[in-house]
Design a binder for this molecule. Structure first.
Ligand SMILES: Nc1nc2c(ncn2[C@@H]2O[C@H](COP(=O)(O)OP(=O)(O)OP(=O)(O)O)[C@@H](O)[C@H]2O)c(=O)[nH]1
Ligand SMILES: [Mg+2]
Length: 188
């Protein structure tokens, strides 16, 4: 049995959404050194085994550009996991998360979603302007998970940053799936 989960990556332009998606989907060689603006959106699929369960992620890499807003909201609409990405060296990208959160809430309305706040680019922590505590506080206030990542260290040092992010998401998706199954079977 494979559990499927659709995950939308949202956040301002250049925060590293595509870098995270590409390194997860294609491994270290996927990291885009040069910036290429995402036009509309891209979809990647990634299968993982988590605690002996099979999970298939459909990762929707949206564009941070306002001109693609309609496509982005359409993609949010189809997702149950929303990853809010900001760049720890860019205050504006962190402040924008308020707006991204509002967009997600306005789009999903009553639909329950699992939110994860991602502080990206922690390989250049010497240039940090948004302290991790601020990210943690924002996540906690809005009932989201908080995770620090780097799409680059995936290629150079730890090899597991991005995988760690999706392992955390997968564990939660499996937990929610099991809860749902348990609730349904208690009715029958
Ligand atoms: N140092 C560092 N650079 C990164 C990291 N992630 C992405 N970058 C760089 O940041 C730039 C923008 O990354 P993208 O992944 O294209 O940004 P994006 O969020 O997809 O941007 P849009 O598609 O325009 O919304 C690229 O030059 C990447 O190489 C990271 O974790 N660390
Ligand atoms: Mg992109």
């Amino acid at each position: 049995m494979v559990i499927r989960s659709r995950v939308a990556l949202v956040g301002d332009a250049t925060v590293g959404k595509s870098a995270l998606a590409l390194t997860l989907a294609n491994g270290p060689s996927g990291f885009p050194k040069n910036y290429t603006m995402t036009q509309g959106c891209e979809v990647y699929s990634k299968s993982m085994k988590i605690n002996n369960r099979s999970i298939e992620f459909q990762i929707i890499d949206t564009s941070g550009q306002t001109m693609y807003k309609n496509i982005t909201t359409d993609m949010i609409h189809r997702s149950t996991v929303i990853v809010f990405v900001y760049d720890i060296t860019n205050t504006e990208s962190f402040n924008s998360l308020q707006v991204w959160l509002k967009t997600v809430k306005d789009t999903l309305k009553e639909k329950v979603f699992y939110g994860v706040v991602v502080a990206n680019k922690n390989d250049i922590s010497e240039r940090v302007v948004v302290r991790p505590q601020e990210g943690v506080a924002f996540a906690r206030t809005n009932k989201c998970e908080f995770i620090e990542t780097s799409a680059v260290t995936f290629t150079q040092l730890k090899q597991q940053d991005v995988e760690q992010l999706f392992t955390t998401i997968g564990e939660q998706v499996i937990r929610r799936y099991d809860d749902r199954v348990r609730r349904v079977s208690s009715f029958t």
